[in-house]
Design a protein. Structure first.
Lengths: 170, 273
């Protein structure tokens, strides 16, 4: 019974990433001008956070599939997001294995490297495929995503600790 | 060499294999390879329709406050309609008004007639607005006669072009997409220009390649032109408004009015010829 509950909580990570992918269509439902994704990329942050915190269902293969779903929805070259998600995943796994103790600043800096690598990959793919893009928008997006991470980290840790408490109380 | 650190370790091989497949996908997608195109069409169909089904309850739940507000405002609207009706009755008695309205109606009917029998209606199943693309997915595909480049209209206004055709769905590249470039003619002199998507600007659009001394006027209508038969000519794109000329930068500032609200667009018409 306890094992089953744990699985449900671990499913939360992948569910949130999927929701962040679909949220691009949900925001567009209300206003095509109201585009949060112009300012930051929630999917990148969630993938990094849940991989770093060793969540179940986060693997190279799941990153590959999630990337294909993203590409299919947004219409960018197939495989581009898969490469990006796998890059973020690899850096998060690497950072997780080399860390000696929980140290948020190191985690945050590694995220900066992961985001920089991710945006570099996506821009190279867009350039090679002849798709027009606005480089400045990507720079803003990178900076905003990086700045936003501590808030996302705090919110998710808070929620996950609360969920953990409830499970213990049950 | 220790097997654990070997390049042929299972995990490293998996990383290499998946990265290679991703790169191969990008390569095949760019070169429009036939078999890959078919596979991609099937994946796109599956993702588009399943995304529609999964997000539908959330969209409806998020719309609930809007429905409530709508019901609350119904009484107010009723009163406004009643006042409007009275005003209309008074205006009907005015012969001049009738003539003008008649002319307007005739113009409208003629515009509508252009599009008769050439379009098919389609339901919008997904709207996407990210930094990489601004698009819509509709529920008509290759089997319904969709082809890449087909113009898509709403209320007789062009909203975009078909960018990708799958079996049971198609993606529309909206006018606001950075990769959208539509040949147009503007105003009474039918001046040629390119109507482009510009996500970095406030208006989301820009009119490029206008003649050097050309000044836009409020009320100028923008229609599609038929340069190299890229697009059907004569489809209304929008109307220019709020034109301001900045003497210091020698640039024109303007807005474009459209006859639709894109985020409230549930159905569109697609030219199939």
């Amino acid at each position: 019974m306890i094992k089953k509950e744990k699985n449900y909580q671990e499913f939360l990570g992948i569910a949130l990433v999927l929701m962040s992918i679909w949220s691009t269509t949900l925001f567009a439902q209300f206003s095509l001008n109201l585009n949060f994704y112009k300012f930051f990329n929630m999917t990148y942050l969630l993938i990094y956070f849940f991989t770093f915190n060793n969540y179940k269902y986060f693997s190279f293969f799941s990153m590959f599939i999630l990337g294909l779903i993203t590409d299919s929805i947004s219409g960018i070259p197939f495989g581009a997001s898969s490469l990006v998600y796998m890059t973020i995943y690899k850096i998060a796994v690497f950072q997780k294995t080399i860390k000696l103790r929980t140290y948020f600043f190191a985690e945050w800096i590694a995220l900066g490297i992961a985001l920089f690598s991710a945006y570099t990959v996506i821009l190279i793919v867009l350039y090679l495929s002849g798709t027009s893009f606005e480089p400045l928008v990507y720079v803003y997006n990178l900076i905003a995503s990086f700045i936003l991470y501590p808030f996302i980290w705090f919110a998710l840790k808070f929620i996950l600790i609360r969920l953990g408490d409830r499970k213990l109380n049950d | 060499m220790n097997a654990k650190n070997s390049w042929f370790e299972k995990n490293n091989l998996r990383v290499f294999l998946l990265s290679t497949i991703a790169c191969l996908f990008i390569y095949l997608d760019n070169f429009n390879q036939k078999y890959f195109k078919n596979t991609k069409a099937v994946i796109n169909d599956a993702v588009a329709h399943s995304s529609y089904v999964i997000t539908w309850p959330i969209k409806e739940a998020l719309n609930v406050p809007g429905y409530v507000m709508h019901i609350v405002s119904l009484n107010k609207e009723n009163e406004q309609i009643r006042i409007l009706q009275e005003k209309t009755k008074k205006l009907i008695s005015d012969n001049k008004f009738l003539r003008q309205e008649n002319q307007k109606a005739q113009r409208f009917i003629q515009e509508e007639k252009i599009y008769e029998d050439e379009t098919i209606p389609a339901k919008v199943i997904l709207r996407v607005n990210t930094i990489t693309a601004s698009s819509m997915t509709i529920n008509k595909g290759a089997g319904d006669g969709m082809k890449i480049g087909n113009p898509v209209v709403k209320n007789n206004n062009l909203i975009g072009q078909v960018e990708e055709v799958n079996y049971k769905s198609s993606r529309i590249k909206l006018l606001s997409d950075i990769n959208s470039n539509i040949p147009v003619v503007i105003g009474e002199l039918l001046t040629q220009a390119i109507f482009s998507g510009d996500p970095s600007s406030k208006t989301k659009f820009s009119i490029r390649y206008l003649p050097e001394n050309f000044r836009l006027k409020s009320g100028d209508r923008i229609y599609t032109s038929e340069i190299d038969k890229i697009l059907k000519k004569g489809i209304l794109v929008g109307t220019v408004s709020d034109v301001k000329y900045d003497e210091s930068t020698k640039k024109q500032k303007y807005s474009i009015n459209f006859n639709y609200k894109l985020h409230q667009t549930d159905y569109v018409s697609v030219f199939i010829n």
